[in-house]
Design a protein around this ligand. Structure first.
Ligand code: MIC
Ligand code: SF4
Length: 647
């Protein structure tokens, strides 16, 4: 029987389990990478496991998110990450070297391999034909400790591409926006998107990476492209020809579903506030005034993207009412465009150049003014994520963005009267590894340095058999991890300090949450109730650790997003779902829910009877934990479980 690409890679890495959608499968992982905002916890957890060196072929610690150094906290984290990487045998990518996904694509990605990253946009690597999956820090830590990575085998969906893009004004970003328009932010949950078809060859590796990167917004486990002639050319150009292998689906390969996208029909698209799936054509919003434009992020910061932007800016100026901010994705891209004089064209046109990092994408500077329209070539426009609650953030391709910056308003690039220089993929990229510090063979004598803001990892007590707790917050559908645990320059420095960051849980939705939860903790803890796709977005495990620290016992929802569900389990919070969706409607804030015989329920059907003590009725909830997940929950979380297994 013909195999698809996912099956081929999974089969070659299978440690245990079956390649059957819905069954647990353990995978041997080739590469693990962390970034600073999630990496401090991941490395503290790795330390807590107690090994003397990572047990994966490649580990990389990046610094790209928490770049502001307005006091000691972020630089202390950077120093910790550098020393911990040196101590345990990982590469260290220094601050300024670039956004983890862009640098990883250039320096380490390889078709046929499996990578995990502590960031939801790790699937960027799918552009080169690897399986790259975003996970929470603790999952990464245990895999770095030598464990297999377990996941529930997703369904594989084929996205069949045909035709050619209408270049230069239609780009890979418009393709993924079109897919988001069709499938929504829940459309990929439990699925891997495998691209194929004759249209694949129209796309370069960086373009494919834009599509797989933003596949995260579909809720997909990951996305993957074949590895073909264009992959070979890219690997040769970045100086790693030996990493190439050819990889394509066999004839007759099976898929759960096939979706066809005609590249030739795709138009310039734009996501409206406040969700990446609220997509319409740029043309339908023509004339909307724009006050801020940001170009960059792990989605659109390649050499190719920057070159197109620079060519529009050459001999043009940023409109009077617009602030244009640009962050190239890596130091290499930055150096290349600078040596070619393109940075000069950007500066001359009035752009503000930022460092090669996440920057405004995670609210690390670059917040728009009150009520402003900001258009970004980024991947997320959740309310408040930019740092300004009432800003109107839109998402569009780099070329659409630069057109808006010059015109001061939204206009379809095809009708703007501007030109983009045709792009020819370079035969050789500039290669500069000076900000990538390799692992050392002898690590004796290396001291891990922790600043005063770096606190030890919190652990939960083992699961209680009876949970009686108050519903502290009832929420709607598509709650993001940005809603649960906001980011931004004020909160991010506390990523290594759980007691301090816990004060910000749900702060943008209800700023009394943390104090109410602290109070409820003394009386048995709290429960959070949500709708569909709860916990979509970022992989930040702080959205589980901080609620755990605040005494949350269970999260009861209609459905979960994958990474957040795993993070809840990893930190011992019971993920429950309504058996009957309508029971969601009957619960109110402040109700006291009582669940008894939790342990017995876990060991049998995973159905639990809940009594709403405030309103006096009973209903049923379920958990869908596999065997390992049940053990993890019983022990109070993955760290306790891993330690127990080690003795
Ligand atoms: C994001 O884009 O939301 C982040 C910041 O990169 C997160 C990780 C984090 O919260 O540190 C992600 O995508 O996982
Ligand atoms: Fe950084 Fe934004 Fe990419 Fe997250 S989405 S890794 S914050 S650039």
């Amino acid at each position: 029987m013909g195999k698809n690409i996912v099956e081929k890679i999974f089969e070659a890495h299978c440690a245990y389990g079956e390649l059957k959608a819905g069954s647990p499968i353990g995978l041997k992982v080739d590469q693990v990478y962390t970034q600073d905002a999630t990496g401090t916890m991941a490395w503290l957890q790795f330390e807590a496991i107690g090994l003397d060196r990572v047990r994966v072929p490649l580990a990389v610690s990046y610094v790209d998110h928490n770049m502001m150094q307005s006091d000691f906290m972020n630089p202390d984290d950077h120093r910790f990450l550098q020393t911990v990487a040196a101590k345990y045998g990982a590469y260290f990518s220094r601050p300024g070297n670039g956004i983890c996904h862009q640098v990883h694509l250039e320096q380490f990605s390889a078709p046929g391999k499996i990578a995990l990253g502590t960031d939801s946009h790790t699937p960027t690597g799918g552009g080169i034909g690897m399986i790259a999956i975003g996970v929470g820090g603790l999952d990464a830590a245990t895999v770095m400790g030598g464990s297999a990575f377990e996941l529930t085998m997703p369904q594989v969906v084929k996205i069949n591409l045909k035709g050619k893009l209408q270049r230069p004004w239609v780009t890979a970003m418009d393709v993924i926006l079109e897919i988001l328009r069709r499938l929504t932010v829940k459309g990929g949950v439990g699925k891997i998107m495998e691209y194929g078809g004759p249209g694949v060859k129209d796309l370069s590796v960086p373009e494919r990476a834009t599509i797989t990167n933003m596949g995260a917004e579909l809720g997909a486990t990951t996305s993957v492209f074949p590895s073909d002639r264009r992959t070979k050319l890219y690997l040769e150009a970045v100086g790693r020809p030996e990493a190439f292998i050819e990889l394509e689906a066999d004839k007759g390969a099976k898929y759960a579903e096939v979706i066809t996208v005609d590249l030739g029909q795709v138009e310039p698209m734009i996501a409206q506030p406040h969700s990446p799936d609220s997509v319409v054509t740029v043309r339908s919003l023509a004339g909307t005034k724009v006050q801020q434009v940001c170009i960059g992020s792990c989605t659109n910061s390649s050499y190719q993207a920057m070159k197109a932007v620079a060519s529009v800016l050459k001999d043009n100026a940023v409109a009077e009412g617009v602030n244009l901010l640009i962050n190239p994705g890596s130091k290499q891209v930055y150096e290349m465009i600078s040596r070619e004089g393109l940075t000069a064209d950007m500066i001359a046109a009035g752009a503000r150049m930022l460092e090669a990092s996440c920057g405004p994408c995670i609210g690390m500077g670059g917040a728009p003014a009150s009520g402003q329209v900001s258009v970004r070539s980024y991947n997320r426009n959740f309310k408040g994520r930019s740092g300004t609650k009432d800003a109107q953030v839109f998402l569009a391709s780099p070329v659409s963005c630069v057109v808006f910056a010059v015109k001061g308003e939204m206009v379809d690039g095809r009708e703007a009267g501007l030109a983009v220089k045709p792009f020819k993929e370079p035969k050789k990229y500039l290669i500069n590894r000076s900000s990538l510090i390799p692992p050392k063979a002898d690590t004796s004598g290396i001291q891990v340095i922790k600043g005063p803001n770096i606190k030890e990892v919190s652990v939960k007590e083992p699961l209680r058999d009876r949970i009686e707790a108050e519903v502290l917050l009832k929420l709607g559908d598509n709650i993001t991890t940005d809603d649960i645990m906001p980011a931004g320059s004020k909160v991010l420095p506390f990523r290594s300090n759980i007691p301090a960051i816990s004060e910000f849980v749900f702060t943008n939705i209800d700023n009394t949450f943390s104090s109410r939860a602290q109070e409820a903790k003394t009386k048995g803890g709290g429960i959070i109730v949500g709708g569909e796709n709860y916990g979509q977005g970022s992989s930040r495990e702080h959205a589980a650790i901080a609620p755990m620290f605040l005494g949350i016992q269970a999260v009861l929802v209609r459905s979960f997003a994958r990474i957040h569900r795993s993070n809840l389990i990893n930190f011992g919070i019971l993920p429950l779902q309504f058996e009957k969706s309508e029971d969601y409607d009957r619960i109110e804030n402040g109700d006291v829910l009582s669940i008894s015989s939790v342990a017995a329920g876990l060991d049998s059907t995973q159905h639990y009877t809940v009594e709403n003590r405030t309103r006096g009725y009973m209903f049923t909830v379920v958990s869908t934990l596999n065997e390992r997940e049940r053990d993890v929950i019983k022990q109070g979380g993955l760290l306790a479980y891993t330690r127990a297994k080690a003795v």
